[in-house]
Design a protein around this ligand. Structure first.
Ligand SMILES: [Zn+2]
Length: 310
């Protein structure tokens, strides 16, 4: 992190903390900062009235590059827990914010640093350790939260951290977690049924966002519009992509909200595929304020875009 950036954020801590405070009644609550909106939704579901949750992302951002706002710093300074996805997903913005927060409880390695990838085996771990080409997935693919079964591991990691921080609320946390997991399990059964016509269906997305999702629901992540994760497409790559998509009859192009529509639209038009815009976290498109609403939206949209059987 650049020194200038640290100074700017540190100054912001002093100035903004005078104006932004957590609500007074929140004194006895566990203060939780999450990087993404799905983590915030899980935390609210488990924590109920005992937590005060703030998400750095609003839902429309690139999960790799949530813009750093000075107002984040005083909030992080007072936080009990910092909840993140992990596998390096937040590497471009979180370390700088943690440093500026000057909060020893939530630094990397501290009990309040809640890495939700714990217990999950990553896909797509690069064989080479040379990251000079600008790959943003150096520790494997970090987009685990789009698999609702892996989301249960994330929920458990958040639950464990809440119990460790506020053991006096353990009974409530346990009850809330169990109720949420029961709801999620029922939904997973519903989503599996919706995904039946999607079995084996190939799709192209802008970013390599859907590996875990595709594995869960039996879809095939054919290729990406990006040259590689975090690297813009070249005209040559797009030409090759269009010709292989035509040859392989790839019927769906997925655009994530953080990327412009132009290239995905061109690829869909040139190949005759259906273009769908899918959120990658709650709030990415309207009416997806919770994780369950978001997954509902994703499964229903893909279901509607699935090729019809003759
Ligand atoms: Zn990524």
């Amino acid at each position: 992190m650049k020194l200038k950036q640290v100074r700017f954020l540190s100054l912001a801590l002093i100035i903004v903390s005078a104006f932004i405070a957590w609500p007074a009644h929140a004194a006895k609550k566990v203060r939780v900062i999450t990087t993404l909106t799905d983590l915030a939704d899980f935390t609210r579901n488990i924590g109920g009235d005992h937590v005060e949750v703030f998400s750095l992302a609003t839902g429309i951002e690139d999960t790799h590059g949530v813009p750093m706002k000075p107002s984040f710093v005083p909030r992080m300074n007072k936080a009990d827990l910092m909840v993140l996805v992990g596998f390096g997903l937040e590497h471009a913005f979180l370390p700088a914010l943690l440093e500026a927060s000057k909060n020893p409880h939530i630094q990397y390695g501290s009990a309040g640093y809640v890495d939700c990838s714990k217990g999950i085996t990553p896909l797509g771990v690069p064989k080479s350790t040379d990251h000079s080409a600008g790959d943003v997935h150096p520790y494997g693919n970090p987009h685990v939260d789009l698999d609702p079964v892996l989301a249960k591991t994330i929920v458990q990691n958040i639950y464990d951290a809440l119990v460790a921080t506020a053991p006096e609320y353990q009974a409530d946390f346990t009850q809330n977690r169990d109720a949420y997991l029961a709801k999620l399990n029922a939904k997973i059964t519903e989503w599996q049924a919706l995904a039946k016509p999607l079995k084996g269906v190939k799709f192209v997305s802008y970013h390599e966002e859907w590996l875990y999702f595709a594995r869960r629901f039996g879809m095939q992540a054919f290729d990406t519009i990006e040259l590689k994760p975090g690297v813009d497409p070249t005209p040559r790559h797009i030409q090759q992509l269009i010709s292989t998509m035509k040859a392989e009859h790839v019927p769906i192009v997925v655009r994530e909200p953080q990327f412009p529509e132009k290239v995905p639209k061109l690829v869909a038009e040139q190949t005759g595929a259906t273009l769908v815009k899918l959120p990658i976290m709650p709030g990415g498109v309207p009416n997806t304020d919770t994780y369950i609403e978001m997954m509902d939206y994703i499964l229903h949209t893909l279901h509607a875009a699935a090729p019809k059987q003759p």
